[in-house]
Design a protein around this ligand. Structure first.
Ligand code: ZN
Length: 128
């Protein structure tokens, strides 16, 4: 079995000309640089995707909140028969919490107009 040759530390031993060795070294460094650039680009692209995805989520939430606010602003909180669309209960702190069953607007304690509270208090429950 042939013994392993020691690594060639001296370029003169490789049989390649100094010009060719310089060219190989240059091309190796260029390939390494390209690989680093590609890696950086991939990371930046991934970060951009995350940013865009997050931004889209924020925008969707803003749109949903605007739509909900508009729906609540235009809701009479009344059923078609003219009765209140609110329902609710007292919480543990004895706050009256009423929610419109149509637009989900929440009214706490005295926030609900009187005409929306009339006729529903007998159905309001909660902790005793
Ligand atoms: Zn409503």
């Amino acid at each position: 079995m042939a013994a392993l040759k020691p690594p060639m530390n001296n370029p003169q031993d490789s049989g390649f000309s100094p010009e060719l060795l310089a060219q190989i070294e240059l091309e190796t460094k260029m390939l390494q640089l390209q690989e680093m650039k590609r890696s950086i680009k991939e990371r930046e692209d991934a970060e951009e995707q995350v940013r865009l995805s997050r931004q889209a989520g924020v925008e969707a939430t803003k749109v949903a909140m605007r739509e909900q606010a508009a729906k609540q602003a235009n809701c009479p909180h009344l059923k078609e028969n003219g009765r209140s669309h609110l329902a609710g209960q007292y919480d543990n702190a004895r706050n009256l919490v009423l929610i419109c069953q149509r637009c989900q607007r929440k009214f706490v304690n005295n926030e609900a107009p009187t005409h929306l509270v009339q006729g529903i208090m007998e159905m309001v429950g909660g902790p005793q």
